[in-house]
Each structure stands twice: as structure tokens, then as C-alpha cells.
Design a protein around this ligand. Structure first.
Ligand code: PHB
Length: 444
């Protein structure tokens, strides 16, 4: 493969040996593309079949994408711009999403609908401004056909109007900002989400915690930005409807090093369990410090599955033992497709599959399925969006399809408990499932 010059060590490190042959890393040696004014977003806009201004723009020599692929397929490559947190406290989220995408592309020889597929991966570093700059660069300089990914809700909020204005189909690979698929004023024919809307797997866990786990008074604790509040609110609403009470709420800023002051507040509350949402490096520190602070003996820890996801579970070790959470994924979900995915992931990366890898795998698969259905005609936007809407396959956790109105996934919510496995490692054992949960089915 030909690789463009790589000037950011952070990106190299984030990929490590896992960077596969057909992933292209965009060079950042040049200035960012000059931002153009994004046309006002028109949520009800019918997708245009005409080329986008970005696609029609004459590229400079330096901006011409390098033709690079391992595929033998004939047509011009389909360029997929991937935006993820490849550095910083949430680096494991972006890194695993890209790994999952690459794994699926390997399975299909990086080709679908008769065209090679190229990934152009950019690091948003957890910064909404950087996410937007990277989106502009990918669209205007690299002339990508599609955008996949975006990790954080605040990054997604920053790129939404730009991508919709540029009429670039966007397959969200993590960011759960609910409005993007739930709010008629924000969703768009160009926005699809393979991951979840924040609240989608937390809401059904409310009555579960009351009825099945027997909790009556729960403390909510989460990252102090929109995702944390949306997830906590979704749990709270259903938990209260079931008869439960919220004993208190504690929100900690992103990238908190010392959770001591927050844990101290939790310790003083009159509750019988704690519900938590943390992610990436924050989740490692929160769960370890929760144990070290002695809270594990005082309140059972429950929450959103991100808090003990396999991307960080080995680092948490026995501090995570017994934690019960809800999520749309576990590597221990028992199906032939998931066993094959987990095994292929382990063989390629020597690591445990996890929710972010799963979401990346789905994003790549959805793109490939739509390319196959359209004979690779991604330039016909209307036809391509229609093919995306119709994508349907059996994936690692069963049937994958988009909700026709929201264009978010219909998921199976898994209730999981962290246990030590026979080989000594830790895993989220599935103890219950709640089927067919869409992202319009709960209140925030
Ligand atoms: C989000 O910002 O929507 C988000 C971030 C990390 C997660 C889940 C959701 O683990």
C-alpha cells in the first residue's frame, strides 16, 4: 500500500501494529483546508442526487487522494473519512472503532460493489473544534464519499450541521447524542447511527434494577457533559416510574484524575446501589478508585456497560468484579456470528472484542452492504441513502437493521455481570436480554 506522510506520532501510536494495509492515514503536514461556510441545515431536505460542492471542487495536486488499496477491484476507490478519538483519555474508543472497521474490510478484501474501499482516519482528540476541522478537511481536501465514526456527543454536535449541509452521508460509530436520530429538527436523511442513542440501553435498565435487582434508592454518577446527563436521565425516568427513588446525583468532569471528592459525596448518601456511566480512561480510574475508597463494600455498582467495557476491563481487574450493567454488546453474547467476530478480532489484534470494535465492524459492514446493493454507485446519493436505509443482515448480536424513522439501530439490550472467566481473564457474562429496543422508545 502507499501511505501518505504521517506527521502525528500520536496517531501512529494509537494504531500501533494494528494498522492494516488498506487504512490510509491522512497527512497533516499542510494547513487545514480553509473552512467554507456550511449551508444552513435543512432537516427535511430531500437528498440531492447532484454532486456536493465539496465533491465538485477541483482538488489541488497536494490534496489529491493517493490511490492506495490492497484490493484488486476495478473502480475508483470509495473514500470513507473516519473521525475518532485516537488520542487522549478516550483513545481506546477511537482506536477500537477503527480496528473493528478494518477487521470487516479485511473479511471482504477491502472491496464492495466492485470498488475498493479506503479508510482515511483522522483524530478528533476529544475536541469538538478538532472534530469539525477534520470533517472539513476530509470533505474538502480528501473529497471523501462518506464519513464514519465520531466518538463523543459534543464532537457530533459540532460536525452535524456541516456534514448535513455538505450532504455527506454520515454513519455514526459511537456518539450517542440523542437528537441526531430522535429530534425531527436535527435528524437528516444523511445521518445514520449503528451504535446507540444515549438512553437507549439505560432506559430499560431502570425497571430491571428495581424489579430484578431489587434496588429502591440509587445514586446516579456520570461524566459531566450531555452524554452523562442523557444516560442518567433515561435510567432515572424509568427507575422512578417503576417505583424507585434517586438518592442523589454526582457528576464529574471529563478527564478527572482524582475521583476522591466525588466518591466522598456518594459515600454520604442513603442508597442501596450506585448507577454509573464513565468511559475510556475515566472508567478505569473511576472503577479502581471506587474499590480503593471502600465503596464497593457499601454500594453495589451498576450502570452503563461502557463503564466496564472490555476495552478497559483488564485494567480494572477485580475492582470490576460483580458490576452489573446494560449495553448492546458483550463479547460473551452467545451466537455463531459473535463467536466468529470475537475470534477474528483476537487473532488480528491479540485483544478482546469490545463495544467500540463491534460498532466499527457494523459501520464498515453497513457501508459495504449499501455499496453491494448499488453496484458501488455511491455518487448517486439518493440511491445510496435508500440502500443504506434498507441494509439488513445478521450480525454478532443478531438482526441488524435501522429504525425507518430515526435511522438509528434497533438493539438487543444485554444485562451483563463482570465475572472472572476460567482462563483467569474478566468478562461481561450475559445474564438477561431485552429485545428490539429502538431509539424512539424512551423519554429524556
Ligand atoms: C457520547 O459522548 O455519546 C459517548 C461517549 C462515550 C461512550 C458512550 C457515549 O462510551
Amino acid at each position: 500500500m502507499l501511505e501518505r506522510r504521517l506527521t502525528r506520532r500520536a496517531v501512529l501510536r494509537a494504531f500501533g501494529a494494528g494498522l492494516a494495509a488498506s487504512a490510509l492515514l491522512s497527512a497533516c503536514a499542510r494547513e487545514e483546508a480553509t473552512p467554507t461556510a456550511a449551508p444552513a441545515a435543512s432537516p427535511t431536505a430531500v437528498p440531492a442526487a447532484t454532486p456536493t460542492p465539496a465533491a465538485a471542487a477541483t482538488p489541488t495536486a497536494a490534496a489529491s487522494p493517493t490511490a492506495a488499496t490492497t484490493s484488486v477491484a476495478g473502480g475508483e476507490p470509495v473514500r470513507v473519512g473516519v473521525i475518532g478519538t485516537m488520542s487522549g483519555v478516550y483513545s481506546s474508543l477511537g482506536e477500537n472503532m477503527v480496528r473493528g472497521m478494518q477487521l470487516y474490510l479485511d473479511e471482504i478484501g477491502s472491496e464492495a460493489g466492485g470498488r475498493p474501499i479506503e479508510l482515511l482516519v483522522e483524530d478528533s482528540a476529544g475536541s469538538p473544534d478538532q472534530a469539525l476541522a477534520k470533517a472539513r478537511q476530509l470533505v474538502e481536501r480528501d473529497r471523501v464519499h462518506l464519513i464514519a465514526g465520531v466518538t463523543l456527543s459534543n464532537e457530533a454536535a459540532a460536525v452535524r450541521d456541516y456534514l448535513v449541509g455538505q450532504q455527506v452521508p454520515w454513519i455514526i460509530g459511537n456518539a450517542g447524542l440523542p437528537g441526531l436520530t430522535r429530534d425531527p429538527n436535527l435528524r437528516s436523511p444523511y445521518i445514520f447511527r449503528v451504535s446507540f442513542a444515549n438512553g437507549q440501553y439505560e432506559a430499560p435498565f431502570g425497571p430491571y434494577a428495581y424489579e430484578k435487582l431489587g434496588y429502591r434508592r440509587v445514586v446516579l454518577t456520570a461524566l459531566d457533559y450531555s452524554a452523562g446527563h442523557d444516560k442518567a436521565n433515561a435510567f432515572r425516568n424509568r427507575f422512578e416510574q417503576a417505583g424507585g427513588e434517586i438518592a442523589g446525583e454526582v457528576y464529574a468532569p471529563m478527564d478527572t484524575q482524582d475521583y476522591g471528592p466525588y466518591l466522598q459525596r456518594i459515600q454520604q448518601m442513603d442508597a442501596d446501589a450506585v448507577w454509573a456511566f464513565y468511559s475510556g480512561g475515566d472508567a478505569v480510574r473511576f472503577v479502581l478508585q471506587y474499590r480503593d475508597f471502600g465503596l464497593k463494600d457499601q454500594f453495589p455498582l451498576t450502570g452503563a456497560g461502557d463503564t466496564v467495557d472490555e476495552n478497559i476491563l483488564a485494567q480494572q481487574g477485580d475492582a470490576a468484579l460483580g458490576v452489573v450493567t446494560s449495553l448492546h454488546y458483550s463479547p460473551l453474547y452467545d451466537s455463531p456470528e459473535n463467536r466468529a467476530f470475537v475470534e477474528a478480532f483476537r487473532n488480528k489484534y491479540n485483544a478482546q472484542a469490545n463495544q467500540f470494535a463491534y460498532q466499527g465492524y457494523l459501520a464498515a459492514r453497513v457501508i459495504a452492504e449499501a455499496l453491494n446493493a448499488t453496484d458501488g454507485d455511491v455518487e448517486n446519493k439518493e440511491g445510496f441513502l435508500e440502500a443504506l436505509r434498507a441494509v439488513h443482515f445478521i450480525g454478532p448480536t443478531g438482526e441488524f437493521r435501522f429504525h425507518p424513522e430515526s435511522q438509528g439501530p434497533i438493539i438487543t439490550v444485554l444485562v451483563r455481570r463482570v465475572e472472572q472467566l476460567p482462563d483467569g481473564s474478566y468478562g461481561n457474562v450475559v445474564i438477561d436480554t431485552i429485545g428490539n429496543v429502538d431509539d424512539l422508545s424512551y423519554e429524556l
